[in-house]
Design a protein around this ligand. Structure first.
Ligand code: IZC
Ligand code: ZN
Length: 416
């Protein structure tokens, strides 16, 4: 058993359901607290009270303790960076223009196809270690840089192996509909047929993904193509996610609502109809502020979403093209400054609502007795401080499933 004591403030959303509207900003605060864990949370104490049971102790130094962070949107298994696009991006060449000229996602498809499975695994594991030290205890990873049978399955096997071999819980999403590969250039419909007839059934049979995602946008997949794919995925038992309204509002968020998708993601240019669809369906809006920042794009209308009662989650979108940062703390401070979300709303967005978006809210996303012992200890005395000090890693210790996460060269409880 492990006791984390001398916690100035233990701050957590509560429950296993999405928190929306006013409730998005309502968090429980335990002052002068302690928490007793094994692999799950056994007890929470406040006002200087402590359990009687003996336990190995960690001193939180009077700082804040929150649930471990949940990064609900990443593309972290990829073969190579795309820094050569930086000069184009700052000259104003758009993300879509780079993709249309055979670069962008297709560039990463080339490097990922060429990458050896073992190397992909090692490189992705190193990213997860970096994320863990920034406070992340659970994250999503999407495929979508293989875009053929062998290479999509290779990417998904890497994702599964990551989940099996290191402490961050990894939720797998199949995203074969990330772009139309060169073999099907100009023939998106035939590629969607291939996804439905061949790739989706293979992924389902291998038990390699919980979710299916599609990039519904200009130059990628139309709403009609996306609907076809989502219907097939649903029949095979996948839960649905959708990249919607990142570049143009072509019906992605309406489709997400109609199909009962668990989340709609990006939503930079969502319109009234889209907002209405998400609100009616209870779909989680997954917002990715570091992508807007990096691409110099507008920021999604988070306040309008909260006002409409749409649960908001925030992720990094870590990927080599539109968000080369895996720092969820940075996304939190951008959400504060750019979305004008309060620190309490943001905490819910990177813990409980993110866990809901991954279908793991029964065990993750809040500090409550019986949930997994996933905690972040911060060198901060309140949430304001966490959102304010952007650029530094304010997490001093991370507990994942009751194990203390340390850097490799430190004495460890769990080695990466
Ligand atoms: O590699 O560009 N938006 N997919 C949709 C991405 C960004 C990842 C990429
Ligand atoms: Zn994405």
């Amino acid at each position: 058993m492990l006791l984390i004591r001398n916690i100035g403030k233990l701050i957590t959303p509560e429950g296993s359901s999405p928190r929306c509207g006013k409730a998005q900003g309502e968090v429980r605060v335990y002052e002068n607290a302690a928490v007793l864990v094994d692999d799950t949370i056994l007890g929470i104490y406040e006002n200087g009270e402590l359990p009687h049971a003996p336990a190995y102790e960690i001193d939180a130094g009077g700082g804040v303790v929150t649930p471990g962070l949940v990064d609900c949107h990443t593309h972290l298994v990829f073969g190579g960076w795309r820094e050569r696009d930086l000069a184009k991006t700052i000259r104003g060449v758009s993300y879509q223009e780079i993709l249309a000229s055979g670069g962008g996602i297709l560039d990463t498809v080339r490097s990922t196809r060429a990458a050896d499975e073992e190397k992909l695994y090692e490189r992705s594991k190193a990213f997860l270690e970096e994320m863990a030290l920034l406070g992340v205890t659970c994250c999503e990873v999407k495929s979508g840089y293989g875009l053929d049978l062998d290479n999509e399955l290779k990417q998904l096997r890497v994702i599964k192996r990551l989940n099996d071999t290191q402490p961050v819980e990894v939720v797998s999403t199949f995203m074969g509909a990330h772009a139309v590969p060169p073999e099907y250039a100009g023939n998106g419909d035939a590629y969607v047929d291939f996804l439905i007839d061949t790739l989706l059934p293979a992924v389902a049979e291998g038990g390699l993904a919980e979710f299916c995602d599609v990039f519904t946008d200009t130059g990628v997949f139309s709403a009609a193509q996306s609907r076809r794919l989502m219907e097939a995925a649903k029949k095979l038992g996948f839960r649905l996610k959708i990249h919607a309204d990142e570049i143009d509002a072509i019906g992605g968020s309406e489709l997400a609502g109609e199909m009962g998708a668990v989340s709609a993601e990006h939503l930079i240019v969502i319109d009234e109809k889209g907002l209405g669809a998400l609100a009616a369906a209870g779909t989680v809006a997954e917002l990715l502020p570091a992508t807007s920042q990096y691409l110099g794009k507008p920021f999604a209308p988070a306040r309008a979403m909260i006002e409409r009662g749409i649960p908001v989650a925030i992720g990094t979108d870590f990927n080599p093209g539109s968000c080369p940062s895996l720092n969820l703390q940075l996304a939190m401070s951008l959400a504060c400054n750019k979305y004008r979300m309060t620190p309490e709303e943001i905490l819910t967005a990177v813990t409980l609502n993110a866990a809901v978006a991954l279908g793991h809210a029964e065990t993750k996303g809040s500090i409550e007795v019986g949930k997994d012992a996933d905690l972040a200890i911060w060198d901060a005395d309140d949430l304001d401080n966490i959102c304010y000090r952007f650029g530094s890693n304010l997490v001093t210790k991370v507990i994942n499933g009751g194990k203390i996460i340390r850097r490799k060269h430190e004495p460890y409880e769990f080695e990466f």
